[in-house]
Design a protein around this ligand. Structure first.
Ligand code: ATP
Ligand code: MG
Length: 564
């Protein structure tokens, strides 16, 4: 990273290769303004990889005063659904972007058909009667040229006639295809007379039964870009080999010269990203739905409590690579901590309550203590929290036989209750099984926080007044898969075998009674002090609030792996 910093103190980064291209195109006058597009296929919910693509396409347009279209790439009628269209719109908006125009590749079916006729008339496309298998066989191999189809030299008239009849529904699925006539010996296999149209008697979610022939991706995509006047068509690296074909169609049809640029897909550790696999996780019940907070989907991440700001920060940190790579999940977690640390209100919660009684605190007395809402943001102010004789503390914060450097509560030891007093553990109460069920302490009134602090102790813990807290269900998440690199599991292995059986833990917790505005749905997640950031789950009811832990305060995995 460059040592220079901007006025805001953020490190200044150099231009990525896409920014360089755009700046050159604007400077040379090749384009007066830029138009990008985000082209999801509406066959599933968007995931964090799509979020990267969204931030990139919309972000570049914003940076250079251009615009971005949202285009549903709906050329495959069988797998697509309006449910997905709605979720995609919602996700893009949630990320904070607005599109100039909402388009559907299916809106272009008439134009695409016309252009197919143009290609036929130019002698650049032909109807092929071979079966799919025969076409595959005759394609040859990388080291071996393919062989011409016996139908390759049909006359323009015959091709026009057959193509019109394909369209009118005369032929069964797979009986014929329309192919571009390029070169059966081309070193790039994709240019060995690629299929442009196939017959599919299928209902389309927008065009109904108007069409029984559908354009193939390579043909539809670039032509849709050209129709919209997309200046920079940004896609992932695997489309690199498709670019010559993209350019071929544009050149032969003499249409708007959209250009395709490729960047590396985003991959994340400990998860899978393909829509097919995500769908399978949902269908098999391995997760509770597309928006399960453990899913890498945008709706899952949103439900988990991630903010749009944190995702945009993440997309920015990941940058634009030319080489495939796998990004550590901890970077995503770092980004949401970075955002929420500045903005989230602090509250107290106890995940695993242990009763603490202050034996020398007057019975029935209640104090209201000042607690800071966000030490990072003075404007967030303070709130009152209730303190009394009976409290809950975190079971983990007490140990009967502590190791040396345990600075929390133990018999004979002192600890500070945050915003309150120093207490000393005098005795413990156990149940018949020998479990500690209550810790009995004394307190020193002169140690009240903010009162001059006559004494210091090493440990400070959080707590709740037993009668002044609410019950809440808390869902704690861990990585969905146990394997760091899910894309390199052994060949033939089932990725589902790597599901982490402990990815969800539900606990009956206690939370601060002042579950005020900061908790309400739609509001930011809160930080439960020392425990992490939590957001209210839509499963919540007035009686039973449910909180999802978005992320812990520290990267526990990083510290575990450092120790080992
Ligand atoms: P999947 O392989 O998960 O099914 P896809 O590529 O088929 O995804 P599309 O709906 O076609 O999904 O993708 C829309 C856009 O998002 C495309 O431009 C695609 O390149 C981009 N995209 C998809 N996955 C990623 C990813 N992991 N990283 C970056 N961009 C992505
Ligand atoms: Mg795709």
């Amino acid at each position: 990273m460059s040592a220079n910093t901007t006025a805001t103190g953020a490190p200044e980064r150099s231009l990525n290769f896409l920014e360089e291209i755009i700046e050159a195109d604007l400077a040379s006058g090749k384009h007066k303004s830029i138009l990008t597009r985000f082209p999801p296929e509406p066959n599933g919910y968007l995931h964090i990889g799509h979020a990267k693509s969204i931030c990139l396409n919309f972000g570049l347009a914003q940076k250079y005063g251009g615009a971005t279209n949202l285009r549903f790439d709906d050329t495959n009628p069988a797998k697509e659904d309006v449910e997905y269209v709605d979720s995609i719109r919602q996700d893009v908006r949630w990320l904070g972007f607005s599109w100039a125009s909402e388009r559907y590749a299916s809106d272009y079916f008439d134009q695409l058909y016309e252009w197919a006729l143009t290609l036929i008339r130019k002698g650049l496309a032909y109807v092929d009667d071979q079966t799919q298998e025969e076409i595959r066989q005759s394609r040859g191999a990388v080291t071996r040229p393919g062989t011409d189809s016996p139908f390759r030299n049909r006359s323009v008239e015959e091709n026009l006639d057959l193509f019109a009849r394909m369209r009118s529904g005369e032929f069964a699925d797979g009986a014929k295809v329309l192919r571009a006539k390029i070169d059966m010996a081309h070193p790039n296999m994709l240019l060995r007379d690629p299929i442009i149209y196939r017959i599919l008697h299928a209902e389309h979610h927008r065009t109904g039964s108007k069409w029984c022939i559908y354009p193939m991706y390579d043909y539809a995509h670039g032509e849709s870009d050209a129709i919209e006047g997309i200046t920079h068509s940004i896609c992932t690296l695997e489309f690199d080999v498709h670019r010559p074909l993209y350019d071929w169609f544009i050149e032969k049809l003499e249409i708007f010269p959209s250009r395709q640029y490729e960047f590396a897909r985003l991959n994340l550790t400990y998860t899978v990203m393909s829509k097919r696999k995500l769908l399978e996780l949902v269908r098999s019940g391995a997760v509770r739905g597309w928006d399960d907070p453990r899913m890498p989907t945008i709706c899952g991440i949103r439900r988990r409590g991630y903010t749009p700001e944190s995702i945009r920060l993440f997309a920015d940190k990941v940058g634009v690579a030319k080489r495939d790579n796998v990004i550590d999940l901890s970077l995503l977690e770092w980004c949401v901590r970075e955002d929420l640390n500045r903005r989230a209100q602090r509250r107290f919660a106890v995940l695993n309550p242990l009763k603490l009684v202050i034996v020398n605190y007057p019975e029935g007395k209640v104090e209201e203590l000042d607690a800071t809402n966000n030490p990072e943001d003075p404007a967030a102010g303070t709130r009152k929290i209730r303190f009394g004789r009976e409290l809950y503390i975190e079971r983990e914060d007490f140990m009967e036989n502590p190791p040396k450097k345990f600075f929390r509560l133990a018999p004979g030891c002192e600890v500070r209750l945050k915003y309150a007093y120093i207490v000393k553990c005098e005795e413990v109460v156990k149940d018949s099984d020998g479990n500690v069920v209550e810790v009995r302490c004394t307190y020193s009134p002169e140690t009240r926080s903010g009162g001059g602090n006559p004494r210091q102790v090493k440990g400070t813990i959080h707590w709740l007044a037993a009668e002044r807290c609410a019950a809440a269900e808390v869902r704690l998440f861990d990585r969905l898969f146990t394997e760091m690199h899910m894309d390199s599991i052994p060949e033939g292995a089932d990725y589902k075998d790597y599901l982490n059986p402990d990815s969800l833990k539900v606990v009956a917790a206690r939370v601060e009674e002042s579950v005020d505005g900061a908790y309400r749905e739609g509001a930011l997640p809160v930080q439960f002090e020392r425990l992490g950031y939590f957001s209210l789950d839509p499963d919540s009811t007035a009686q039973n609030p449910v909180f999802n832990r978005t992320v812990t305060l520290k990267d526990t995995w990083a510290s575990i792996s450092k120790k080992n």
